[in-house]
Design a binder for this molecule. Structure first.
Ligand code: R5P
Length: 295
């Protein structure tokens, strides 16, 4: 039997994937001890021959969400599951896949090792930040810290949705690293963005873009505080586009980022349900179901 165990952040998405894949959902009872320690207990027995997927995005509350996934994985492994794999649609700490400044940790690797020690043998994720240079393909697999990681892409679904909503779409990569994943959808205009590693402030090369009268479609892997999209909107508005759509796979919208984006002239925001929220107009359930049915 194949079993899907939902993490707290992805209950709805896990239900959707279970319906599509016809895998059995096993929920967990959860509580917090008075001192804040987490407790989980699987509500159904896992048999010795079962293949288990724990499915949860690790945002919001990234640290407790990550730890919860590890507890769920360990509970499944200790119940005798044959395999334990993780589906982490949005994986926090993915942006710290390198040391950018002296003295920094490799946060991503810490997480991979921790998940491995909890019994996870592979990870399925979506539009992973650290695998995006090679994510022109719909599915990319790498090995890192002894963990097999597969990244699926939601960009085809997002672009299909967003470009059908406007008349004269022009695809914009809000920074250089999004050029490769977007190129296969046609011509891409790239904004030369940079970020101050200490202050986090976003800046971009000022110039005019050929978007006059067109419907700008900005595509990014994630929107966090919105600085990247706001900078792009400020820059492009000088070239008189007809409309501004900002879309992303992972919509965190930290501290009212969506409101600040709308105030900056962005007319439409679309994200997927890797993080469930009010802009989740595109579901990644089908691509996850297809991938795990093939696995
Ligand atoms: C950066 O390389 C990422 O792809 C995103 O552009 C960035 O993380 C978005 O963050 P924010 O919304 O805070 O600008």
């Amino acid at each position: 039997m194949t079993i899907l165990i939902p993490g707290a952040n992805s209950a709805k998405l896990a239900g959707h994937v279970a319906r599509l894949s016809k895998f059995n959902l096993v929920n967990a009872e959860r509580k917090l001890f008075p001192d804040g320690d987490q407790y989980v207990r699987l509500t159904k027995e896992i048999g010795g021959g079962d293949d288990v997927f724990v499915l949860g995005s690790t945002w919001p509350n990234q640290d407790s969400a990550l730890f919860e996934l590890m507890l769920l994985a360990d509970a499944a492994a200790k119940s005798g599951a044959k395999t334990v794999r993780a589906i982490i649609p949005y994986m926090s700490y993915s942006r710290q896949d390198k040391k950018f400044l002296e003295g920094e940790p490799l946060s991503l690797d810490v997480i991979l090792r921790a998940l491995k020690s909890a019994g996870v043998s592979s990870i399925l994720t979506i539009d992973s930040h650290f695998m995006r240079s090679s994510s022109m393909e719909a599915i990319t697999t790498i090995e890192r810290c002894g963990m097999e990681i597969t990244s699926l892409s939601a960009y085809p679904l997002l672009l299909e949705k967003v470009t059908s909503m406007v008349k004269r779409p022009v695809i914009i990569a809000p920074d250089k690293s999004m050029e490769a994943p977007l190129k296969k959808f046609g011509e891409v205009l790239v904004i030369e963005k940079s970020r101050d590693r200490i202050t986090g402030k976003v800046s971009a090369v000022e110039k005019l873009y050929p978007v006059d009268g067109k419907d700008v479609v900005l595509v990014d892997d994630m929107i966090s505080a919105g600085g990247t999209m706001i900078k792009a909107a400020q820059l492009l508005s000088k070239s008189n586009p007809a409309s501004f759509t900002a879309c992303c796979t992972h919509g965190l919208f930290v501290e009212g980022a969506d409101k600040r984006m709308i105030d900056a002239g962005i007319t439409r925001i679309v994200s997927t349900d890797t993080i469930e929220g009010k802009y989740s107009e595109v579901s990644v359930a089908q691509i996850i179901a297809d991938a795990i049915l093939d696995a």
